[in-house]
Design a binder for this molecule. Sequence first.
Ligand code: HEM
Length: 228
Amino acid sequence: MLSIQQEYDLTKEHMKALLTMIFFGAIDTSANALEFTLAELMRKPHLMVKLQDEVRGIIVPQGQEIIGETDMNNMTYLRAVIKESLRLHPLAPLLAPHLAMADCITDGYIVPARTRVVVNAWAIGRDPSSWEYVEEFIPERFTDEGSSMHVNFKGNDFQFLPFGAGRRMCPGMNLGITNVELMLANLLCHFDWQLPLGAERKDIDMTEVFGLTVRTKEKLLLIPKSRM
Ligand code: HEM
């Protein structure tokens, strides 16, 4: 920690803020991503079935109980589902505030040095000039033959920035995405999911609450039914 502090000339306050962010980033964001993804799948049961078929099809023949990281390489639909969830529900919708270090011109706009720049990743993910059927949850756009099959969240595709881009992009990206993949795959493999009695799919509330990260306004309530 000391060497990081010296290299970047961080104060103790910076260090505290950084550690807090890492702590909350680790717990909060992955759990929120999982909740948004499950909510979208509950609203579209045919997508839930398609994803469960993929997950169960891969591990059942091998008789495994727990899905691990190595299984993820074959789960192309699962990865597409998570991407689509992050497109519609980026967990840090305005990324982190950035500061222009030098004067620059971008897209015809002059950005003077020391300008505070806020990037609206939420709006970028719903921009009709980059995406078809922007409001629809369509994971297929990220699969083979989909219109965005080559688009990734690693910071090179500026129409999709759930982890930001450049040298300040999220350093916890791999950990965060692996958490979501493993949790989602294991939960969908071993359980079927139902809404509580009287609740209907169309009533699942996708309203978002903004904070350090975004979460659903109403907690998603689901009933797991074990397949064992
Ligand atoms: C699905 C999970 C996650 C998402 C969607 C996410 C997203 C983001 C975003 C959008 C930023 C701002 C990037 C920018 O402004 O360009 C960020 C920054 C950051 N994230 Fe994450 N994050 C996730 C998980 C994590 C985890 C697990 C950790 C730590 C273990 C983490 C640590 C950080 C830190 C330290 C920064 C600040 C980087 C800097 O300013 O240089 N994140 N994250």
